[in-house]
Write a protein that binds this ligand. Sequence first.
Ligand SMILES: O=P(O)(O)OC[C@H](O)CO
Ligand SMILES: [Mg+2]
Length: 289
Amino acid sequence: MLASPTRFVAQRITLRSSNTIPTSFIPPFPRGLPQRSVTKASVAAMSTTSVNAVTDAGRGSITHVIFDMDGLLLDTEKFYTEVQEKILARYNKTFDWSLKAKMMGRKAIEAATLFVEECGISDSLSPEAFIVERESMLQDLFPTSDLMPGASRLLRHLHGKGIPICVATGTHTRHFDLKTQRHRELFSLMHHIVRGDDPEVKQGKPAPDGFLAAARRFEDGPVDPRKALVFEDAPSGVMAAKNAGMNVIMVPDPRLDKSYCTVADQVLASLLHFKPEEWGLPPFEDSQN
Ligand SMILES: O=P(O)(O)OC[C@H](O)CO
Ligand SMILES: [Mg+2]
């Protein structure tokens, strides 16, 4: 049975971000955020094992896998960061990871509202004007999107083994098309794709709408959320998966404060570190890790 909407705990992410982030987590990058370099070397430098042990919740019972897109399959979060840094520089302000953590994964208008309000520039720049201003810069950057390490390997593996896979992203259709321009064949392996402007996605992450819509659309759907495994990079996305009653593996940017990584069932340094057999899925047959 699908999770009841009454289980939706949208406030938890807000409370977590405002109450539990250590005060020592003051913007660690005073001149702006360094770009994340997702080379194999940087992945190897991260933890080689999962940060959290797999909980018992979904172990052995996973039948379907749902993927987030930005920052999880595609290295696109850096584009938002770059553009937002440029806009804030005009106001002599810097963009930091505590705000980035709140914005990522959300629908554009929700992230934009957070941005102008938390940066104290809402009198000069409306959320709508902010979206317009960043649009031309993003349109140039999105078609250059690269895959995150391990994304192609994992998608091809699951698809090859007959495990139904799909995407549930907060991004809207026009941006989705630009971001996936170079990766059409890989995304064609997905059974379906739920985007942020989908009519069934009334609320963005951390609401469960996108993941619940994704679970409904599998051929043999609706899939029992307890048998669905979600991969996410964003705190709002992890909460959305949990609000949908699903199992979730978080693959966070290493600069994200660790206090955001306590909700997921498992935390991995990269998709290369995923061990399908821990979740009852067919193991990889290569020796990548
Ligand atoms: O992380 P996604 O794929 O849900 O996308 C959300 C926004 O487009 C970017 O933060
Ligand atoms: Mg994401």
